[in-house]
Ligand binder design. Sequence first.
Ligand code: NAD
Length: 500
Amino acid sequence: MNLKDVSTAQLARIGFMAKRSRGNFIDGREVPALSGKTLPVIDPAVEMQIADAPDSDARDVAQAVASARRAFEDSDWTRMRPADRERALYRLSVLIEEHGDELSAMETLQSGKLQGVARMIDVGFSAEFVRYMAGWATKIEGQTLDSSIPFPPGSKYFTYTKREPVGVVGAIVPWNFPLAIALWKVAPALAVGCTVVLKPSPETPLTALRLAELALQAGIPAGVLNVVCGGAEAGAALSRHPGVDKLSFTGSTATGKAIGCAAVDNMTRFTLELGGKNPMIVLDDADPETAAMGAAMGIFFNQGQVCAASSRLYVQRKIYDKVLQRLAQLAEGMKIGSGFDAASQLGPLVSKRQFDRVMGFVDGAKAEGATVLTGGSRALDAGYFVQPTVFVDVNPGMRIVREEVFGPVLVAMPFDDVEDAIRQANDSPMGLTASVWSQNLSAVHRIVPRLKAGTVWVNTHNLLDANLPFGGFKQSGMGRDLGRTAVDSYTELKSVCMSI
Ligand code: NAD
């Protein structure tokens, strides 16, 4: 079977052919964009259109925000017993699992990712994460505090804080983990009683729309979760809308800055999860085989389209050649193909735009004098496939070392002195993640506090947990997703002072 037949068979299998033209999901109903405009959804493995979704503008966004506002003010959702909100979210997690086949096939069709990754992360982790956040619905708490207010003499006060839902949340998300990252925003927002307007990436709207249907099925009232599809125009309209109380964004640093500026204009609260150019530091006591496997996983997982990817590899000189030799061997042995082929280890990039961007970086690095250790070209004749690529002989000023590629492209550099590795690792405007590979506990404990990154892994890379906050230092963002910290970020803190 050729790749086109595989995609068509998968479309038929999930019964998707009948509903190729999708609408926005507003107030519990699917509606087209008011302009009637649409954007194609493309299967990047075969460059074939599989669906279309609305290309929304400010008027569609206004409708969705109005729906979320009505639901926030009038529906039962916000006033519901926390235990009932917990139950509804729990039902949603079960529905995500029950529809795991369909959702994971949709993710592979619209983004090209491997089925195994779609099942493990976009479905499995998502369902688990919704359950984790469901649990927080019943655990929101304030504090009672002792006060020292002296007026009028002899008076007494009871002072306490309480957390209340912030209101209408605008969630703007990227295409690399479409369902999972949407839920990083939606699940904590719903757990505390907020309502949401979700804007998925134009490349990957299908699972967000299916999520909204499943939420309704789980008993989450109409208007609580709205989905507006489209690109930058819809995203900008949502970030400027004065009816949005909190914006939660994951995407590129440039877009994040524009959203932050728009948010400040309205004093809208915001969380930004942005790009990364993440260092992996391997000390010379590490096992070269383990380090090479770790580096390969860290950069080639999801075709390198991972904000946390280990895209800068620093290896201490004594084991540099061994690690690089093995890494090149692993890269060359990777089977490249359709995400639906269980043997595939690397799928296509998400879009022509991303393919051109990644190949632009690769060609630019060659032109700047970097040496291709392995890869460096397109793979397969059709589809947006790029070979797993490792560059050596790079210097710290090169674009390939400084800028996020968001593809299966790694730069590797040897170091002699650990101090120098730390300095180079921190020599970046970004600060999302980093990892240290060594068996020397003292060395690790000395290095971890000095790395300017929101997450530091030791002898692993790219692992997330629902309970562990995730976000960036420096230009990698503001605020955190995941964990208790994220829950609090969808609340306002109210102080109450009662004269008794
Ligand atoms: P992007 O910034 O181009 O788009 C992200 C979202 O913002 C999309 O929904 C897009 O339609 C929307 N958008 C675009 N322009 C907008 C504007 N002017 N105003 C409002 N919204 C706008 O990013 P992308 O290409 O979709 O995703 C890749 C980027 O996301 C990478 O930089 C990656 O590092 C980052 N990312 C970060 C994390 C994290 O948690 N830190 C996770 C995944 C991806």
